[in-house]
Write a protein that binds this ligand. Structure first.
Ligand SMILES: C[S@@+](CC[C@H](N)C(=O)[O-])C[C@H]1O[C@@H](n2cnc3c(N)ncnc32)[C@H](O)[C@@H]1O
Length: 247
């Protein structure tokens, strides 16, 4: 089932990439928009429920603001909340995130299980970044929030790291831009590398379903095919967008 959630203000809701912590809208709006997405996912059977701890989410947000070095990010507050909420609801034991730059996208997912926003115990939360210097920065950032090592960064090509991960993958977050000319088309290769180890109920979240829609056409065609994923929802509430696909 291929669905779309579109907020009325998706064209007007904008962030400054270099100023990620600035409030863009009243928090009640942000919560209402994300709740609407979660309800849509719940109604079509993509999520077991819509409940997550809003106070823990804000504790996570504060920790990232205080502890992370973020030169820029395209993760809007709405997107940060949605990623946190989906992870808090499905509670993936193993979560892999591909193309995580300074680690902000990774921790938006992993923050549901580590640090002050933790609401469950995970097994392995792995962020994958191909540029060694970015992977080092991301690892420094993540260590400040999670001293346990459950959340960690691997420097490498996400296609290879996902292919080599022999455990079940309960959540996969895609954001790699295929540095070296490949572009966002690399999402297909990363998903293909892990698809067979994704059990029923597992989730793939692909950033840039809106602003890279053209480049992602074959990827989106694959995940919107009910033979591959039960539900696939295109979340259009900022300029980047997120395709949430549930197996
Ligand atoms: C544009 S950034 C994502 C930024 C993110 N959307 C944010 O707002 O913070 C994409 C990252 O993917 C990384 N990347 C590109 N190809 C990759 C690959 N094959 N495996 C892992 N990381 C990759 C790049 O080095 C870059 O840091």
């Amino acid at each position: 089932m291929a669905l779309e959630y579109r907020s009325d203000d998706c064209d007007r809701y904008r962030m400054e990439y270099a100023d990620p912590h600035r409030e863009i809208e009243p928090i009640e709006n942000e919560i209402a928009v994300v709740d609407a997405v979660l309800e849509m996912l719940d109604e079509c059977g993509g999520l077991p429920h819509t409940r997550y701890d809003g106070e823990k989410m804000l504790a996570h947000r504060r920790a990232v603001r205080e502890l992370f070095e973020i030169p820029w990010t395209a993760i809007t507050p709405r997107m940060q909340r949605l990623l946190y909420a989906v992870n808090a609801i499905i509670q993936p034991p193993n979560m892999l995130a591909a193309g995580i730059f300074c680690g902000n996208t990774f921790i938006s997912n992993a923050g549901a299980a580590v640090g002050p926003g933790a609401c469950y115990t995970a097994m392995q939360l792995i962020g994958i970044e191909i540029k060694p210097e970015e992977a080092e920065r991301a690892e420094r950032n993540v260590r400040r929030i999670d001293p346990t090592g459950v959340a960690r960064i691997v420097a490498g090509d996400a296609v290879e790291v996902v292919a080599d991960f022999s455990e079940p993958i309960h959540a996969l977050y895609l954001d790699a831009d295929g540095t070296g000319g490949r572009g966002k088309d690399i999402y297909e290769d990363i998903l293909e590398a892990g698809y067979d180890r994704m059990p029923p109920g597992s989730v793939v979240m692909a950033h840039n379903s809106v602003n890279a829609a053209e480049r992602l056409k074959p990827y989106l065609k694959f995940v919107r095919d009910p033979a591959h994923f039960r539900v696939s929802l295109n979340v259009v509430f900022d300029r980047e967008g997120l395709e949430v696909s549930v197996k």
